[in-house]
Design a protein around this ligand. Sequence first.
Ligand code: ACO
Length: 425
Amino acid sequence: MIVPESITITDNRTGKSIEIPIENGGVSSAEWSKLLPGVWFHDPGLTTTAMTSSSITYLDGDEGILRYRGYPIEQLAEGSTYLEVAYLLLKGELPNQTQYADWVRDVTHHTFIHENVRKRFLEGFHYDAHPMGMLVSAVAALSTFYADAKQIFDPEIREKQIVRLIAKMPTLAAAAHRFSVGMPFVYPDNELSFPANFLSMMWKIAEPHFEADPALVHAIDVLFILHADHEQNCSTTAMRTAGSAHSDPYSSTAAACAALYGPRHGGANEAVVKMLNEIGSIENVEPFIKSVKEGHGQRLQGFGHRVYKNYDPRARIIKKVAYDVFEVTGKNPLLDIALKLEEVALSDDYFISRKLYPNVDFYSGLIYQAMGFPIEMFPVLFAIPRVSGWLAHYVELLDQDSKIVRPRQIFTGQGERKYLPMDQR
Ligand code: ACO
């Protein structure tokens, strides 16, 4: 009798069949291989392959649902701080008051970076170095400062690297920015909260103590929460791939940062700002939408998502945050164009039929720009909180005792050829 939650595969070459149970929405490739050794799934971009099982983030793209460890993103953004969410991602539970106080103390204790990282390493970059390029390299360099990081199966040592990474990301990020604009480095102010300290390191000039507007501090905290994890995205997959080779947490995080550096991943909000600038005024919105629909190679940036076929829940939250920020900074003049674009697109059959809705990047760039962040800092701002998600996946991966990532290929090159010495070619 055939089990209802299963598939049956028949190899027509041999007539042999195998029945594979469907478990948690997936089928085991190991079972498949029993019947078809040497026949591989051809899945470029891993669009239909579950590379792992995970209990960190749940995403339902059709319904527009995002949950970290079971908690809806809307509730976390409303009630938690980023550090609370980082704790949740890493440890599986929200902290109680004592756990939270200890966690904040530990992270705050590690915000400083080694003077050599700053003076010798960061200051060695070319004067116009891209801050994300600096961040990728600086994170990798940290592994050489903490040699014990190689002991990845010692829980205490591993925890220490996790705390260090979460704590030092804002410091490295701000240092990269200050260097790229020729401003002196600002040391962490451990009297401040995690997001307030980051803004202080970014913007402080001559004042003895810099405190950003609370609305901006809150906005950064919410944006950090929204960007903390997004299950098996490109950079998380890079983290898991490097981690599967048992690379240390810094080197693995550098691999993830490198993936995030790519314009297809961490650069979409930059593309939105550029697009809005090019559109220039509300009157140009309708013609722009028309040209997108006619398919002149243009896309409506910040719209559509590989997984979300509904309104990205993060975009909804961000839109609200944008108004809070603009109360302080003044409205970003690009907002009206963005709102009009959204209105026109959401009532147009082209976008409706393809289920194209605003994604997280549609409004985040406008917020960052209004707060004074240069466009080059956008991927860096993404990386600061995503490190907690990456590390949660890294820990999960090591606890799963998973295999090294080593996919197969469909070889399409030459068969064996006779080698000719150079003078005969
Ligand atoms: N504007 C116009 N048309 C679009 C858009 C868009 N932004 N996105 C998809 N489409 C159309 C495609 O042309 C295609 O139409 P067709 O069926 O007539 O050929 C259809 O919708 C499906 O598009 P795909 O490219 O197959 O969808 P996919 O899931 O591969 O792409 C992606 C998702 C890359 C995000 C895409 O929607 C896109 O390019 N969006 C703009 C860039 C962007 O905002 N990226 C940020 C994503 S969020 C993040 O990474 C943090």
